[in-house]
Design a protein around this ligand. Structure first.
Ligand code: GLN
Length: 492
């Protein structure tokens, strides 16, 4: 059977269109890899192999008709297998959010981002593991057990979208949807050596994305190259009448082949290259920027002076929004319900059993920050500082087109290393949170490996709705490097 581990999405689609191979062959290849590796990686929370193969056969039949000229056109992603983070609703699959409280929730509809991909013919093979309600940086907060990093199974894959990142890295699936509220696309992409986009807030609809922090949540996608990621994001993006925060600005046009970056000004924010970051991360990111410079980009120093406040600001605003969003999980409408005679004990026991420790911690933190008497001191103050962080980016983008920075201060840490110390875990997010607070896009891609063979990622951030520029720079970088094509040894 053909080996699709190193095949781009473009090449998969072309191969199916030309009749070189079928969607059944392609889908079976990835299902076989899932079969072989899932026991070690645990990237998935649910899988539908039979239904995936049936859809593949239907796609193949359409390709045959199209080639025989019985059909004028075919959907652009027909027969392409993908996976979806278990926080986005997909009709026909459970949607657990990595939580016991939604263990039995089967949404009767598709998230808009998912629907748009289905309309173009993708096949959804499974739903991926995640930190409970997307709260975490290691996927260890999943109620269904952690995911393991394919580069070294004793290490975490990052989080909260660790299942999607690990599945893509291990070539159990060629692409996967993920979400980013404070880094959950970029940090696991970095830890697992894959490419992933956190789009501008409002670029992709949040309809059907189970809310964590509504003013920060974004739906994005992971794959192996900027080109692959761009192709899927372009389908997912755009105005949606079901999400009033989506923008009606036109979606960016397809990436054009290009190999130089003349005219692109890259900013290096001094606040992101600080004491305490793993030296190999610092060196790899700077080396990648130097190579972009050699390809025509101009590199400038910039300052984002309020960066150090991003962590406390995020850990007030996100839990505050979460405490409001999670109030609906009370055992009455759907999900888990522990039967009791009276309402209050039923609420208490349902939520007591249904939520894990991190989710409870954040609900308490958020409820406290919003309570009368503390609101101004905590939530109100955090909102003001959020504006300063946003203004930092606006000022920097007067001088540069993109900002290059590390994604996390370290490479993937060991399972269990931070589980007893929530603050140490929160510190992992220091470089990813600002983009969410400012609503700007961030593209993560691999730029090297540390001494232990664990991937190192870099992010490019840009002004709102400048995704195309980020894809362009990363795809030039990927035209002369091969970090994004390497397959973890353990899972070859
Ligand atoms: N790691 C961050 C947190 O724990 C971000 C999570 C996310 O982006 N969903 O909240």
């Amino acid at each position: 059977m053909a080996d699709f581990k190193e095949c781009s999405l473009q090449a998969m689609l072309k191969g199916m269109r030309d009749g070189d191979f079928s969607s059944r062959e392609l889908t079976s290849f990835f299902l076989d890899r899932i079969d072989a590796l899932e026991g070690r990686i645990h990237a998935f929370l649910s899988l539908k192999p039979e239904s995936a193969l049936q859809q593949a056969d239907r796609a193949d039949a359409l390709y045959v008709e199209w080639r025989a000229k019985k059909r004028a056109s075919i959907p652009s992603l027909l027969g392409l297998p993908i996976a979806v983070k278990d926080v986005l609703c997909v009709d026909g699959f459970p949607c657990t959010c990595g939580s016991r409280i939604l263990e039995n929730f089967h949404p009767p509809f598709n998230a808009t981002s998912v629907q748009r991909l289905l309309d173009e013919g993708v096949i959804i093979v499974g739903k991926t593991n995640m930190d409970e309600f997307a709260m975490g940086s290691s996927t260890e907060n999943s109620a269904f057990g952690p995911t393991h990093n394919p580069w070294n199974v004793e290490h975490v894959p990052g989080g909260s979208s660790g299942g999607s990142a690990a599945a893509v890295a291990a070539r159990m699936i060629p692409a996967a949807l993920a979400t980013d509220t404070g880094g959950s696309v970029r940090q696991p992409a970095s830890f697992c050596g894959v490419t992933g986009i956190k789009p501008t807030y409002g670029r992709v609809s949040r309809y059907g994305l189970i809310a964590y922090g509504s003013s920060l949540d974004t739906a994005g996608v992971m794959a192996h190259s900027a080109q692959d990621v761009e192709m899927l994001l372009r389908v997912m993006a755009g105005f949606d009448p079901r999400d009033a925060t989506t923008s009606d600005l036109p979606v960016f046009s397809p990436l054009e082949d290009q190999n130089d970056l003349h005219g692109l000004r890259i900013g290096l924010p001094m606040e992101y290259f600080i004491e305490g970051i793993q030296p190999e991360v610092d060196v790899a990111v700077k080396e990648a920027v130097r190579q972009l410079e050699q390809h025509g980009a101009q590199v400038l120093q910039v300052s984002l002076p309020h960066t150090r406040y991003a962590l406390p600001v995020y850990y007030l605003i996100a839990p505050a929004e979460a405490s409001a969003n999670l109030a609906r999980f009370d055992g009455v409408r759907y999900g888990l319900r522990v039967e009791e005679e009276d309402l209050i004990p039923m609420y208490l026991r349902t939520r007591g059993r249904g939520f894990g420790a991190e989710v409870k911690r954040r609900i308490m933190l958020g409820t406290y920050a919003l309570s009368a008497g503390y609101y101004d001191a905590y939530y109100g103050q955090a909102q003001k500082v959020r504006t300063l962080i946003k203004q930092d980016f606006e000022k920097a983008f007067e001088f540069v087109d993109v900002i290059a920075a590390p994604i996390a201060p370290t490479t993937a840490f060991k399972l269990g290393q931070h589980t007893d110390d929530p603050l140490a875990m929160y510190l992992e997010d220091v470089f990813t949170l600002p983009a969410n607070l400012a609503g700007v896009p961030g593209l993560a891609f691999p730029v090297g490996f540390d001494g232990n063979g664990l991937p190192i990622g870099m992010q490019l951030m840009g002004p709102q709705f400048s995704e195309q520029n980020l894809f362009r720079a990363a795809s030039v970088y990927q035209s002369f490097t091969d970090f994004h094509q390497r397959v973890p040894l353990d899972v070859q």
